[in-house]
Write a protein that binds this ligand. Structure first.
Ligand SMILES: Nc1ncnc2c1ncn2[C@@H]1O[C@H](COP(=O)(O)OP(=O)(O)OP(=O)(O)O)[C@@H](O)[C@H]1O
Ligand SMILES: [Mg+2]
Length: 324
């Protein structure tokens, strides 16, 4: 059986004032049915651009190449209309900025009901009933009252839950959740994560969870892909990634996670994300890397196996394999 989502050689090219950039640079990634895949990396590593590219939401002059297959269908070959239907019904997104993603002129209840009428073909009455069910599912208190309110009348956490309710209303097979808990109160964030995990288990939906927070990843992901400066540098099952990180960047990320059970000084990740304009021709982590060798600056390392289901792109790891 094919994987639910197969991303091959995906590249997203932008022209910015300083020059051309590949915000996403030839990435390969798969998402399996029902799994929660974490996509992690520092700010600017290309996580959001990847989700937008999956949904074909990169607008010109931005350019996308490579392919994305969903359930065996090449999304690049669909018409705009077919893609719109795909977005509404089969692949949903919870964006990083829920308040701006909601329509300020419609009550939140109407927004969800409309979606259900358009994409699930429900009558207005059925749609309203299902809308209230969805609000209850995401634990919105007093849903009848909240449904009649506009986005600006709701807190950030509430808007986030409305977005999740909208995203799940049509039972998508894949949910792209971009930093769904950023800026939220810790207890609300924990509830939203529980909710996502629970909903995925209940509906069988796969989730790509975009975050820079490895603590969140440890809690709910099955597998993790690590992005650095537009490239995927490592991908592994979640326990394997935390116990045996192979890439020096992943090791640095893991070392930078605060832990309540250990009284250690956190180590910051060395250096900063390199400029995406005229990046070095080799590994984009070379300038920050403790293992850097001459060849790292010349050619980009390809993905090699580091363990079961575990791949990494690093010459340093390749040389040390078996010795560390
Ligand atoms: N429309 C655009 N035009 C030009 N450059 C863009 C555009 N959108 C994103 N970028 C650039 O692409 C790079 C990757 O951005 P992206 O938003 O994907 O990062 P991210 O990993 O989601 O970061 P964060 O954790 O801050 O959300 C950044 O350098 C960003 O400035
Ligand atoms: Mg982002």
């Amino acid at each position: 059986m094919t994987e639910l989502l197969e991303i091959s050689d995906l590249t997203v090219h932008f022209e910015i004032n300083q020059g051309a950039i590949e915000a996403v640079d030839h990435i390969n990634l798969t998402i399996r049915r029902g799994e929660v895949l974490g996509l992690v990396g520092e700010s600017g590593s290309g996580k959001s651009v990847t989700s937008f590219a999956i949904l074909r939401l990169i607008r010109p002059p931005g350019r996308v190449s490579g392919s994305v297959h969903f359930d065996g269908v090449d999304l690049g070959r669909l018409s705009e209309e077919e893609m719109r239907r795909m977005r509404g019904a089969k692949i949903a997104m919870v964006s990083q900025t829920p308040r701006t993603a909601l329509n300020p002129l419609l009550t939140v209840g109407k927004q969800i009901s409309r979606l259900l009428m358009v994409h699930a073909g429900l009558s207005p009455r059925e749609a309203d009933k299902k809308m209230l069910e969805m609000l209850r599912l995401v634990r919105i208190p007093a849903p009848e009252k909240r449904a009649k309110q506009y986005p600006h009348q709701l807190s950030g956490g509430m808007c986030q839950r409305i977005m999740i309710a909208m995203a799940l209303a049509t039972s998508p097979q894949l949910l792209l959740a971009d930093e769904p808990t950023t800026g939220l109160d810790v207890s609300i964030a924990a509830k939203i994560l529980d909710l996502l995990r629970e909903l995925s288990a209940k509906t069988g939906a796969a989730i790509m969870l975009v975050t820079h927070d490895l603590g969140v990843v440890a809690e709910i992901c099955d597998r993790v892909a690590v992005m650095h400066a537009g490239q995927v540098v490592e991908c592994a099952p979640v326990r394997e990634l935390f116990h045996n990180p192979a890439h020096p960047y992943t090791k640095a990320l893991v070392r930078s996670i605060p832990r309540v059970d250990r009284d250690v000084v956190l180590e910051p990740i060395p250096g900063s994300v390199p400029s995406l304009v005229n990046p070095p021709s080799g590994c984009r982590y070379a300038g920050r890397c403790e293992w850097v060798m001459d060849r790292c600056r010349v050619a980009r390392p390809t993905m090699i196996e580091a363990g079961p289901g575990h791949v990494v792109a690093c010459y340093g790891f390749e040389e040390r394999r078996g010795t560390c």
